[in-house]
Ligand binder design. Structure first.
Ligand code: NBG
Length: 844
């Protein structure tokens, strides 16, 4: 029998406490939440009894979590409505952040922080005999992204809300997020991620504002008042249902919106088919439509040339452009002024189809002439590129685009024709250049280069770290940066200090705030005030105590989560990021195997080795075979090393499965050493590197991505640099790279590789990791062997520094103090000032 609420629950009708101003709620509303413990308890009980429909005595943890989440969200809703009202009144220019991914992480803690409710909730739940930490654990994080790109989007919208800059984040509400990773015999197995199954208290669906999105069919010309116009005659459509999420600023009374689209069939099912008994046929439409927002493509840094992927991309940008024009702007808005009201930021190439979509809306729906429409469009877009790997730049076959979006293909052709005519005018008799710059390529098949389209249409193009932006100009888009030097700019990535320091590392936050006050939470440059404390022995001692406490807490977490034992007395050496060959997890493995092999062979005395725990977190794309092999290898090395009494207490490997934001928040605070060892020139920026430095881990890293800026800021002495520089990489590749020659010349390297090849980590089976070994010896695209010797030498420098806790913690404190630059608030300020021109909307 279902258990229903009982009027006898003591708190359900507790006396109302004095209330805080309900802010943006309509004035007659008397149910604004109360900001006191009693007020919280009565609100919570009301949610439990009347929202969930259960009595306290019978409430499951999920009931309690949902009631808590709804209680907390009430505290933000008034701010949300007043923010929207204010933005509406001001008709403020708004950032429309278009991103196929948002890796949000859990919402409860961030909402509690923004609403300043931690203490009240902790105490109130305590009175009811519940624990906040248990309820926290009930939240399933929305895994609507793969890695850095999606997490960056989440950091950016957090910062914009905190800075009171109007922003709507637009994306897809994937029914199933990034897969849940399990290990079976050390190999990755993917399970689906039904994150919505137990209910999602953080979203607000608005089916009444659904947008119809059309696909397929053909176009036709017609005459209107003597002008030739085009009409698109699509042959199928779906509905996009918006789900709104609050994006609270940090205690500034602002809440922006994240609007994620879910696909529904325009006609749910065919009643006649259903009545005739053909149930499968009856729901065919529905299934067909809903698959569009069914799953996130679990690819990171590589494009997925799949029709469904293009459907997803068009689906969400078409909904978003229409939503902004029809819902956010007033009905009589003059679209010639659109650039004063909106900037659509293209987060990588995934949303670039928004460019021809805005053109289509202006031309076909709103009756603009081409030149005027193009002028508006060009001012409304800006493009961020997040990669350098040429194979990762999206290209859509003309055949596919023409079939799915025939009108858009026509528009792209016209944009290209006009653009190439301009190029010819500026560079007469340079057909090679024209061909190089064409948005349409003919090789290996006729296709649209989305990065080129974004560059032609965008008012600005930016890379995500200095080196990346430079290589983007010089190597990826050199003709375009010649053509439009002012279009190109850099904005180095950043991370939100709220989630990744204040919330993830309460111990360190407390220590910092005690030393310099809480101003750093919204002005991270103030961390520099910690610098003098690096020379204060008692502060260093406390800093070490904080690290030890964070490690102990990680150890408890890993024990409960995966039954993993963590040696908290060892250096915690961490490599957490997607599994990709260019990131070179194999180089890390070679280091571990080298140490282990040297101990086994007697070359090294175990007692002389710095005790280390090597921790990994990484998902491999399901179709990326080599990446999955490498996961198998890490786990193989882990189970052998962890079981060997000769290295007990000295070397161990932990690889908790299913690395996600929630786990990152546990691992990062506890880390001593941050592994950022990509091949120079390949990692666009990295953001994990920033989070780790900010939490007092020292970096061992190559001269790549944002590592370069981290090293410049924290100082050479506080960063372990190694490896080839980007120009050296180019040189080596140009002169012919032979990995086997490194193997032959370097006995340590040879011994490590031979050890793997011998089957030492695969129960004696030499074939298991043969693909990794032969890839390293014969191909090694990312030059792991070329950097191996320098890496081992740098690790020895790490050991030497770690040997003296005072030396190490001084460096670690300086890393924290000098990492203020890596706040996403700073990154957002740069976008606002140089690209978006969207001032904050402040109170009068
Ligand atoms: C990733 C890069 C990272 C970078 C993030 C965020 C893609 C395509 N790119 O180096 O690999 O930190 O983007 O900019 O996911």
């Amino acid at each position: 029998m279902a258990d229903t609420m009982s009027p006898t629950d003591s708190h359900a009708d507790a006396a109302p406490a004095p209330e805080r101003s309900p802010g943006g709620l309509d004035s007659h509303d008397r149910s604004a939440p109360k900001h006191t413990v009693d007020g919280f308890v009565s609100d919570f009980m009301r949610e439990l009894n009347y929202g969930q429909g259960v009595r306290l005595a019978r409430a499951s943890v999920n009931d309690q979590y949902l009631a808590l989440a709804r209680t907390v969200r009430h505290h933000l809703q008034a701010r949300w409505m007043s923010t929207l009202a204010k933005q509406w009144d001001m008709q403020a220019k708004t950032v429309c952040y278009l991103s196929a991914e948002y890796l949000l992480g859990r919402q409860l803690d961030n909402s509690l922080l923004a609403a300043d409710m931690d203490d009240i909730v902790e105490e109130g739940l305590g009175q009811l005999g519940m624990s906040l930490s248990t309820l926290r654990g009930q939240e399933i994080e929305p895994g609507l992204g793969n890695g850095g790109l999606g997490r960056l989007a989440a950091c950016f919208i957090d910062s914009l809300a905190t800075m009171s800059v109007p922003c709507v984040g637009y994306g897809i509400r994937y029914e199933y997020g990034i897969f849940r990773q399990e290990f079976v015999d050390g190999w990755q197995v993917e399970q689906s991620d039904p994150w919505l199954q137990l209910g999602n208290p953080w979203e607000f669906p608005h089916p009444e504002n659904s947008v119809r999105v059309q696909f397929g069919g053909r176009t036709e010309k017609y005459e209107e008042q003597g002008c030739e116009r085009t009409r698109w005659l699509p042959d199928w459509d779906v509905l996009g249902v918006p789900y709104n999420y609050m994006v609270p600023g940090y205690r500034n009374g602002r809440v922006n919106t994240l609007r994620l689209w879910s696909a529904r069939a325009t006609q749910a099912f065919d009643l006649a088919e259903f009545n005739s008994g053909d149930y499968v046929e009856a729901v065919r439409n529905q299934t067909f439509a809903e698959k569009i927002s069914m799953v996130l493509y679990p690819e990171d840094s590589t494009p997925q040339g799949k029709e469904l992927r293009l459907q997803q991309q068009y689906f969400f940008v078409a909904c978003s452009v229409r939503d902004f024009i029809e819902q956010v702007l007033p009905a009589d808005f003059d679209l010639r002024k659109l650039p004063d009201r909106a900037i659509f930021q293209l987060n990588d190439t995934h949303p670039v189809i928004a460019v021809p979509e805005l053109m289509r809306v202006l031309l076909d729906d709103k009756g603009f002439e081409w030149d005027e429409a193009w002028d508006i469009t060009q001012k409304c877009f800006a493009y961020t590129c997040h990669t350098l790997l040429p194979e990762a730049l999206e290209v859509w076959p003309v055949e596919l685009l023409g079939r799915l979006l025939p009108r858009h293909l026509e528009i792209i052709y016209r944009i290209n024709d006009d653009f190439l005519a301009e190029v010819r005018e500026r560079f007469p008799n340079d057909e090679m250049r024209v061909r190089r710059m064409s948005i349409i390529t003919d090789y290996p098949e006729r296709a649209v280069r989305m990065a080129y389209l974004a560059t032609v249409a965008g008012s600005k193009v930016n890379g995500v770290a200095e080196l990346h932006s430079q290589l983007l100009r010089d190597k990826v888009l050199p003709d375009f940066s010649d053509y439009w030097p002012d279009k190109f700019t850099n904005v180095t990535n950043g991370v939100t200090p709220r989630r990744f320091l204040r919330l993830a590392n309460r111990n360190l936050s407390g220590l910092i705030t005690e030393a310099i006050g809480p101003g750093w939470i919204t002005d991270l440059d103030r961390l520099i005030e910690l610098e003098p404390y690096a020379d204060d022995a008692s502060f260093r001692q406390r800093f070490r105590e904080v690290k030890a406490a964070d490690k102990a807490s990680l150890a408890r977490h890993l024990k409960a989560r995966n039954n993993i034992e963590l040696n908290t007395d060892a250096m915690l050496d961490i490599m957490i990021k997607r599994l990709h060959e260019y990131k070179r997890q194999t180089l890390k493995v070679l280091h571990i195997v080298t140490l282990y092999q040297q101990i086994c062979s007697g070359e090294l005395d175990a007692d002389d080795v710095t005790p280390r725990v090597f921790a990994f977190g990484a998902k491999a794309a399901p179709g990326y075979r080599m990446a999955k092999q490498i996961i198998g290898l890490i786990n193989g090395v882990g189970s052998t090393v962890n079981a060997d009494p000769r290295v007990k207490g000295r070397l161990s490997v932990v690889f908790p499965p299913n690395y996600n934001v929630t786990l990152a928040e546990k691992l990062i605070p506890a880390a001593d050493l941050s592994e950022q060892i990509s091949l120079a020139g390949k990692e666009a920026s990295g953001t994990g590197n920033m989070k780790l430095a900010l939490n007092g881990a020292l970096t061992i890293g190559t001269d790549d991505g944002a590592n370069i800026e981290i090293r410049r800021l924290v100082g050479d002495d506080n960063f372990f640099l190694f490896g080839l520089l980007e120009p050296q990489v180019e040189e080596l590749l140009a002169s012919g790279y032979h990995p086997a020659s490194y193997y032959e010349r370097d006995p340590k390297l040879r011994a490590a590789i031979d050890f793997i090849a011998s089957g030492a980590f695969s129960d004696g089976d030499r074939t298991t990791f043969e693909p990794v070994v032969s890839n390293l010896l014969n191909e090694d695209r990312f030059l792991a062997l070329a950097d191996y010797a320098a890496y081992i030498e740098a690790q020895e420098r790490v050991d030497a520094a770690y040997a003296d806790p005072d030396v190490w913690s001084r460096k670690a404190i300086l890393n924290v103090a000098r990492s203020g630059f890596f706040s996403s608030d700073r990154a957002m300020r740069e976008y606002v000032d140089r690209i978006w021109h969207t001032p904050p909307v402040l109170d009068d």
